[in-house]
Design a protein around this ligand. Structure first.
Ligand SMILES: [Zn+2]
Length: 305
């Protein structure tokens, strides 16, 4: 729907223009070429895993498959690690499956494209914190909020090994913005009084346990980013707060936050066959990712909560 979502974003720098084209290409590959990818489209699910693995490799990173079996079929989380001077980890994650019946451009081609672009930008850099970039399988229903989610399996293995993960950042549906009045709704009455009713911002969401991390990330994001942001540390029972891979890390005692355009409360194509690459606002999506690049760089230089 060209023209309906005209971007009023701040102008992009030369680096951001290059970033925008990477994001556009990767969303197109995942949602336009591979399309729907989940356990019912198992071949496509594996094509997405291969694409992510190859993208990491081409960047000079060494991907590892963290695999498990579900319904007699092997599924893969794909991770890369960029070692820091300390073992403590800042982990960036995004799920790469799409919900049944949807090509998943925004949910969550956007998160995966951002994950890949961010990993490329930290390749070869030395930070204090160790960075991990992980693409998770099986986030969507019927695995959603269960022990069968890729991120749940992954987080429980981290816990078992005693991995010290100081922060988990879940990139979940981050590419849709609107300047229309009342384009933003909320899961609980009252939040619409506190927060904007125009869906032109990026949201940061945490449970109460992760509020310190949330405050730190939003503070850093606002120092650098050229797009409005809103944050909420809310009880996890409020609908939407726990709706992605950060939940799996909360279940294992780790702090985690989600970055999201608030999909179900804004995006008209949420979980639909029309969640296609043309619906995204690539300029503002780029400003989210370039802002997060600076947040991660700062966090990795020493996470003080
Ligand atoms: Zn999602």
């Amino acid at each position: 729907m060209p023209g309906k979502n005209i971007s009023k974003a701040a102008p992009l720098s030369r680096e951001e223009v290059a970033l925008r084209e990477e994001l556009r290409d990767d969303v197109q590959h995942l949602a336009g070429e591979i399309g729907e990818r989940n356990m019912w489209r198992y071949q496509q699910l594996n094509a997405a895993a291969d694409f992510i693995e190859n993208s990491f490799s081409r960047a000079g990173l060494h991907p590892r498959r963290d695999s498990y079996e579900l319904h007699g079929r092997v599924c893969h989380n794909i991770e890369v690690e960029i070692p820091g001077t300390r073992p403590d980890v800042v982990l960036i994650g995004a799920h790469y499956d799409s919900v049944l019946g949807s090509p998943g451009a925004n949910d969550n081609g956007s998160g995966v494209a951002a994950l890949l672009a961010l990993a490329r930008r930290f390749t070869g850099k030395t930070t204090q914190h160790t960075l991990r970039f992980v693409a998770f399988v099986n986030e969507e229903p019927p695995y959603f909020l269960s022990g069968q989610m890729g991120s749940f399996v992954y987080a429980s293995r981290c816990k078992g090994r005693g991995d010290r993960i100081d922060a988990m950042i879940s990139l979940e549906t981050i590419g849709y913005f609107s300047d229309a009045l009342h384009s933003q709704t909320y899961p609980a009455p009252g939040l619409g009084v506190l927060y904007p009713t125009v869906g032109n911002f990026i949201g940061f969401v945490a449970n109460l346990h992760s509020r310190a991390l949330l405050r730190r990330v939003i503070g850093l994001f606002r120092e650098h980013a050229k797009i409005p942001s809103e944050g909420a540390g809310l009880p996890a029972f409020i609908p939407g707060v726990s709706w992605s891979d950060q939940w799996s890390f909360w279940q294992h005692g780790y702090s985690g936050i989600m970055i999201t355009d608030t999909a179900p409360f804004r995006y008209p194509h949420y979980h639909s066959s029309t969640d296609t690459p043309d619906k995204l606002d690539y300029d503002r999506f780029t400003l989210v990712v370039s802002g997060m690049e600076k947040v991660i760089a700062d966090l990795a230089q020493g996470l003080k909560l």
